[in-house]
Design a protein around this ligand. Structure first.
Ligand code: 6GU
Length: 232
């Protein structure tokens, strides 16, 4: 999979070199290219924003640099582009959407700042490429960069060879096979600051342990996220 990121803050993406995503790059499972949108401006001040038609607060990202950036990225590689636009007005990002995006050959993150990107860029993307506008949740970030990092991590860890033990993808919260929150985990020592590990986990009785974990997961989900039980 190839990932391109277009942003006015390329430094935000330094963490991609770390951890699982960095290892996926080293292993050749993904290729990542981060681009500065200002490289596609032509004025002395590298202007990427302007005042909104119709008035109102804030600035809007101008369409021309985005158009040139997308043309250049399209020309740089044959694989079909799925444009991911992080926006609080997008489709809620879920594990199911992470699996959908993990099936794509090439994701291009278009990170907006200010009040967003001129709508004609979005419409152009919808016509020419596959377009997915995604939201991390019902709160407001200053721009798409942090969301692009979150989506990247959620997607890349689903690619074959990235997570050491693929079984761990099955049991975790929000996986399609297990729509419950994860059960509590414990490791040594058996007593820590007077707190004991639940007795059942020492029993060696795998069926009983599995039953206990399912009960814990179900109870947690009922208490914290009853909406997930309604869906399941
Ligand atoms: Cl994807 N972008 C921005 N700017 N704010 C958000 C978001 C995305 N998701 C939640 N808030």
């Amino acid at each position: 999979m190839r990932l391109d990121v277009v942003t006015i803050f390329p430094d935000y993406f330094a963490p991609l070199q770390l951890s699982l995503v960095g290892k996926a790059i080293d292993k050749g499972i993904i290729e990542v290219a981060v681009h500065d949108l200002r490289d596609w401006t032509h004025d002395r001040h590298n202007t990427v924003d302007d005042t909104p038609y119709g008035g109102g607060a804030g600035m809007v990202m101008k369409p021309e640099p985005w158009g040139e950036a997308l043309d250049a990225l399209e020309a740089a590689d044959d694989r079909p582009m799925t444009i991911v636009v992080p926006t609080p007005a997008g489709r809620p990002f879920t594990q199911a959407l992470a699996y959908e995006l993990a099936a794509r050959q090439r994701l291009v993150f278009a990170c907006g700042r200010y009040e967003g990107i001129d709508q004609r860029v979005i419409d152009h993307c919808a016509e020419r490429y596959e377009l997915v506008e995604v939201s991390l949740g019902d709160y407001v970030l200053n721009g798409g960069e942090v969301a692009a990092l979150a989506v990247t991590e959620a997607v890349v860890r689903l690619l074959p060879g990235v997570v050491g033990n693929p079984e761990s993808l099955v049991e975790e919260s929000h996986s399609p096979e297990h729509p419950l929150l994860e059960y509590p985990n414990y490791t040594k020592p058996p007593v820590w600051r007077g707190r004991e590990v639940p007795e059942i986990l020492f029993s060696g009785h795998h069926a009983n342990v599995a039953k206990w974990r399912l009960e814990q997961a179900t109870e947690r989900t009922r208490a914290r996220r009853p909406d997930l039980l309604d869906e399941a």
